[in-house]
Design a protein around this ligand. Structure first.
Ligand code: SF4
Length: 379
């Protein structure tokens, strides 16, 4: 029996850190073997909020491919692709905007929250407002059966399901209503300052950090804040460094630090040094593999190109059926039309009747004026 399809996408926002490693990546590694896994890098989504700074998106996309593949995602098993390599996503989003009532977008809780909280970016753009429609198109364009989400993301997936239902009831029961797989909760990884590890807090240990950088960051990690002196007993249960060490350390070593901390038999510096070496040992094989992949010229581009070739036949079929359901002539549908017009333009005489001269038509007040008005409205 064919495997069910699963879809996950991530915005390219830079190198992955330990929070990503334990929070998402481990799940993705497992799921690629259990499902027909589609994993995409959401560069258009990155643009919705970072439209003023597109300069890093390409580099971050390649970094993400390297991190994913070095961690064990296999492009031969999972379909790994970049969102902007699949123009059918944009076309389906356009169709979704026809059936999507504006209040559905206005009530998305994260929209208002993020606009209120993220003040350093201009999020007043339509692209950001339409984010959930793009997300719905990402999922529906590959007919994904399942989307792994955390509990807090369930409302987003429900909105996708509502959009798909509305599309299906308007045009025909074709698109798949995706189901949620509640992702196994990844470990909560504290950052070097004890808060949740996050790039925006500047407290991250990146999985591709150089060894010296890792040592430096580990030595700056927060420990039990109540333990001022080596002679003070500590509490490993509230020590952020101990929480990360537990994820990777030998159980006997962890138990020993747990014991000696409580009776002030060991110091934090010694524990930090041991943790740093354990972490380097843990990440060593990944980092070695990442260096090998990074040394292959064009590796990331090749993975993305192969992924695009795997996903496009699927998305092409889906969008083709959507055009039929929408009573659009496939030969004149959006992407085909753009290519055709580009090619034809080179050979057209200036007065070719296929083009509406807006100024003339408007001035004439003739039947052509309606055409011109339509053209103006669309533009
Ligand atoms: S000894 Fe270890 S567990 Fe105890 S506070 Fe220091 S770093 Fe944390």
């Amino acid at each position: 029996m064919a495997k069910k399809r699963i879809l996950t996408g991530y915005r390219p926002t830079g190198k992955l850190h330990l929070g990503h490693w334990f929070g998402n990546l481990q799940n993705m590694l497992q799921l690629q073997h259990e499902y027909d896994a589609f994993y995409f890098i959401a560069d258009w989504h990155a643009l919705t909020s970072d439209w003023q700074h597109p300069e890093n998106i390409q580099q971050f996309t390649e970094e993400m491919v390297l991190d994913w593949c070095a961690a064990g995602l296999d492009p031969e098993i999972a379909t790994i692709y970049r969102q902007s390599d699949v123009p059918e996503v944009a076309e389906l989003m356009l169709y979704f905007t026809m059936v999507l009532p504006m209040p559905w977008l206005e009530r998305v809780p994260s929209y208002k929250e993020q606009r209120a909280q993220i003040t350093e970016k201009d999020l007043g753009n339509v692209g950001f407002f339409l984010y959930p429609a793009l997300q719905a198109a990402d999922i529906a364009i590959v007919l994904a059966d399942f989307v792994p989400v955390g509990e807090d993301q369930l409302p987003h997936l429900e909105l996708t399901r509502e959009i798909v239902r509305r599309f299906n009831s308007a045009y025909g029961d074709f698109l798949v209503e995706p189901q949620a797989i509640i992702a196994k909760e990844g470990a909560r990884v504290p950052g070097t300052d004890g808060r949740k590890m996050s790039k925006s807090y500047g407290n991250s240990i990146f999985i591709s950090d150089e060894p010296d950088e890792i040592r430096k960051k580990v030595m700056s990690c927060l420990t039990d804040p109540a333990r001022k002196l080596k002679t003070d007993p500590g509490d490993p249960d509230i020590c952020p460094l101990h929480q990360i060490h537990k994820l990777i350390g030998d159980p006997d070593v962890i138990e020993e630090f747990d014991r000696c901390c409580r009776v002030a038999d060991c110091g934090c510096v010694a524990h930090k040094k041991k943790f740093a070496e354990d972490l380097l040992g843990y990440l060593g094989p990944f980092q070695e593999r990442r260096r090998e992949l990074a040394a292959k010229p064009g590796f990331a581009a090749e993975v993305l190109a192969a992924g695009a070739s795997k996903v496009r036949p699927v998305t092409d079929d889906v969008v083709g059926t959507c055009r039929e359901l929408l009573r659009l002539d496939p030969a004149t549908a959006l992407s085909a039309n753009i290519e055709k017009r580009t090619a034809d333009t080179e050979h057209l005489p200036e007065s070719h009747p296929g083009f509406v001269d807006v100024s003339d038509a408007t001035a004439s007040g003739s039947a052509d004026a309606d055409d011109a008005a339509s053209v103006d409205t669309v533009l």
